[in-house]
Design a protein around this ligand. Sequence first.
Ligand code: SAH
Length: 348
Amino acid sequence: MKQFDLRSYTEQEMICLAEQSGEKPFRGKQLFEWIHGRQVSDFARISNLPRKFLENLAQEHEISGVQIRKKQVSRDHDTAKYLFSLSDGNLVESVWMKYHHGNSVCISSQVGCRMGCSFCASTLTGLTRNLTAGEMLSQIYEIQNETGERVSNVIVMGMGEPLDNYDNLLRFIRLVSAERGLHLSQRSITVSTCGLVDQIRRLMEEKLQITLAVSLHAPNDEIRRQTMPVANKYPIEEIFSVCREYIENTGRRITFEYSMIDGINDRREHALELARRCRGMNCHINLIPLNEVKERKTRRSREENIRDFKIILEKNRINVTIRREMGSDIDAACGQLRNNFMEQTNSD
Ligand code: SAH
């Protein structure tokens, strides 16, 4: 891997690069158009820029890209999961979901993860490295290219903890909404966090219009600590307090994700406790039937328990939905495809 990723630069930064190379500023704009408009990943395919400028750039920069290693399509063809390799051979996953109102892509923000949630497959081998903003974008570009369809929503909810890769995430958000890039509105970008309170506060100060999703998975610290080590660092009280501030400061509703795990967090009293905490808050709860991961002991809640949980929340006037299950026949739990692939190649 080269030192810098050209795909992670803003248009303004590319203009500066051109000027530093003794070129006219419009050369920077042209470069941006090649990398984000036409989405090339190879210097050799850039045809209308001075050779000397490109040679200079190529000394220290690469243009990040991803390559499809495996693709699994769900039986109903509405979901596809991609396993991508990065230029250093690391693997990440993305999911493409087709809805009536447009296409969503769920992307990874890190290779692996260091948060250690006990039900999650992404964290089994720890964190390898952060993705660059360009590598996050490349997942979307490659999927658009492969499906021939435009992506209208982006969800940063694949492998990794996006707020643990804060600077690159912010860069990614700016690039994906850039006028001469995909030009997505910030409202069509969702970022999911396990609840890093300090970074949520920082994000709030950026005054972005993105949707923030917070993985709660429990109504109190005692239960939360059973599955999420991060709960030892940030008590649930602090999470709720920063979320309230976030809503007030940005005017945006927050989503709480709640993966339903049999016998752990799915009792009626848990629903009541959760409802008490969320009362009067501009939030939405997304109940996720746990995707069982073979290396993990946690099991999915029974269907009737999920239904009862939802009814209790509704009776307490809390906004709640059960996540439509997409792609559970294609290893769609974060990190599963990568783990299974690595196991196979290790035993080959
Ligand atoms: N690190 C971020 C985003 C990663 S995963 C976060 O924690 O939010 C996106 C969501 O899927 C999170 O809510 C995560 O807790 C949840 N998740 C992970 N593994 C899961 C599984 N096996 N079944 C159901 N939900 C899972």
